[in-house]
Write a protein that binds this ligand. Structure first.
Ligand code: 2IT
Length: 446
């Protein structure tokens, strides 16, 4: 690694040694940027690496709430406003028991580069809480969301910071949070994306992350003169992202044979391919049970408890659940069984060693490129809100396709320009970085 890049990374490692996920994300980006830093001395001159790896602002707060039995509970909550060089902070809110400040920082950091790749004017941010929605009643979820917003409302706004959903936060939670924001501010603004369709949401936003991922995958295959039709696909997760990816991959002629949850994975040899099955995924998410065994029970398919879908022979793997869900052993199993494409859909879904291995053994693309369709349509929702207009489904879908095509092109173009032809990891990091870094230079030392 270049001495400047190496010294900034060492400093981060010393300073934040316990933030493992953040350091993993930073190291991957820094490794990709070596050639850029060598070729363009301005980034070192303006000390961009040290500046871009530190959030502009971190808000931490407690969220006390009362459960259905009357007991008072307390959770930690965060909003990491990472970078606003190219637009207002933008990124989802995650409710998951594994959330720490380090998780939020890794996600906010990744979001900065991802949002830059979309070509839309959005900075990077992320928020969330260690609140676990599993098994909570609707009343508990609502009270938690309201108490969460009773602090966050003073820090966000349609031109400042625009949250959305993520793991554990869907349209229902966004509704509860938006409702509280509106009440406290006495303002109806586009402060959230992923809103309900009756109150400012965009068509295609629920499907966008999964649809966009499949559009990107099609481009990956197309670059090698291949098509999705007739391929088998392993998907992990069963939430909003897995749902969209399964529907679009099926529509394109692929056969999706797995979904997974914390309890194990489902192998559906006939394919997760009917409207009834897609709707059942939504019902599983809405039930709050967090178990995919329910699918196996309902449709009489195989269920593999406490196992991951990466042991199934498939042509394509699409991790759609959570960070570090696919490790080196999994990557080796996939390759040994003939898998040739890994489109990472979850944010940092693969461990660092799995990425290094897969880049050489498969065609691998990273989450920040593959999953950018979600936030891209969030950007389109912001545009529609500003114009006080709603675009038809077809119009949003066409734009999403175009954006994913552009991201794919930018990744390959940047990789080639900096001597790493065909490497989507390097390409995504370089293309995402340059736009933000150049904007930071233009705007002075702030
Ligand atoms: O990781 C992500 O890109 C998201 N959770 C979506 C963020 C957004 O603002 O739509």
């Amino acid at each position: 690694m270049n001495t400047y890049t190496g010294s900034v990374l060492e400093k981060l490692k010393k300073h934040y040694y316990w933030e493992k996920e953040f350091l993993q994300a930073a190291e991957e980006v820094f490794e990709s940027l070596d050639a850029v830093i060598e070729k363009e001395p301005k980034y070192q001159k303006y000390n961009i690496l040290e500046r871009i790896s530190e959030p502009e602002r971190v808000i931490m707060f407690r969220v006390p709430w009362v459960d259905d039995s009357g007991k008072i509970r307390v959770n930690n909550a965060y909003r990491v406003e990472f970078n606003s060089a190219i637009g207002p902070y933008k990124g989802g809110i995650r409710f998951h028991p594994a959330v720490t400040l380090g998780t939020m920082k890794f996600l906010g950091f990744e979001q900065t580069f991802k949002n830059s790749l979309t070509t839309l004017p959005m900075g990077g941010g992320k928020g969330g809480s260690d609140f676990d929605p599993t098994g909570k009643s609707e009343g508990e979820i609502m009270r938690f969301c309201q108490n969460f917003m009773s602090e966050l409302f003073r820090h966000i706004g349609p031109d400042t910071d625009v949250p959305a959903g993520d793991i554990g936060v869907g349209a229902r939670e966004i509704g509860f949070m938006f409702g509280m924001y509106k009440k406290l501010r006495n303002e109806f603004t586009g402060v959230f994306t992923g809103k309900g369709l009756n109150w400012g949401g965009s068509l295609i936003r629920p499907e966008a992350t999964g649809f966009g991922a499949v559009y990107f995958l099609q481009e990956m295959l197309g670059a090698k003169n291949e098509i999705l039709d007739g391929r088998t696909v392993a998907i992990s997760g069963f939430g909003n992202v897995a749902w969209g990816a399964a529907m679009k991959a099926t529509e394109m002629g692929a056969k999706v044979v797995t979904i997974s949850g914390p309890d194990g994975y489902v192998y559906d040899k006939d394919g997760i391919s009917t409207e009834e099955k897609f709707d059942f995924m939504l019902a599983m998410r809405a039930s709050g049970r967090n178990m995919v065994k329910d699918y196996a029970d309902k449709f009489g398919t195989e269920f593999h408890p406490s196992a991951k879908p990466w042991e199934v022979p498939v042509d394509i793997a699409m991790p759609c659940a959570i960070q570090n869900e696919l490790n080196l052993d999994d990557a080796k199993k996939l390759t040994a069984n003939g898998c040739r494409y890994i489109a990472e859909v979850s944010n940092m879904g693969c461990t660092a060693d799995a990425v290094k291995y897969s880049v050489n053994t498969t065609t691998y693309a990273p989450g920040k490129a593959v999953n950018a369709g979600g936030v891209a349509v969030s950007g389109l929702e912001m545009s529609q809100n500003s114009m006080r207009l709603n675009w038809p489904e077809e119009a949003v879908d066409v734009k999403l396709k175009e954006i994913m095509k552009n991201i794919h092109y930018s990744c390959l173009h940047a990789a080639e320009k900096y001597g790493q032809k065909g490497n989507y990891v390097a390409g995504a990091n370089i293309a995402g970085f340059k736009k933000v870094a150049d904007a930071m230079i233009d705007q002075g030392v702030v």
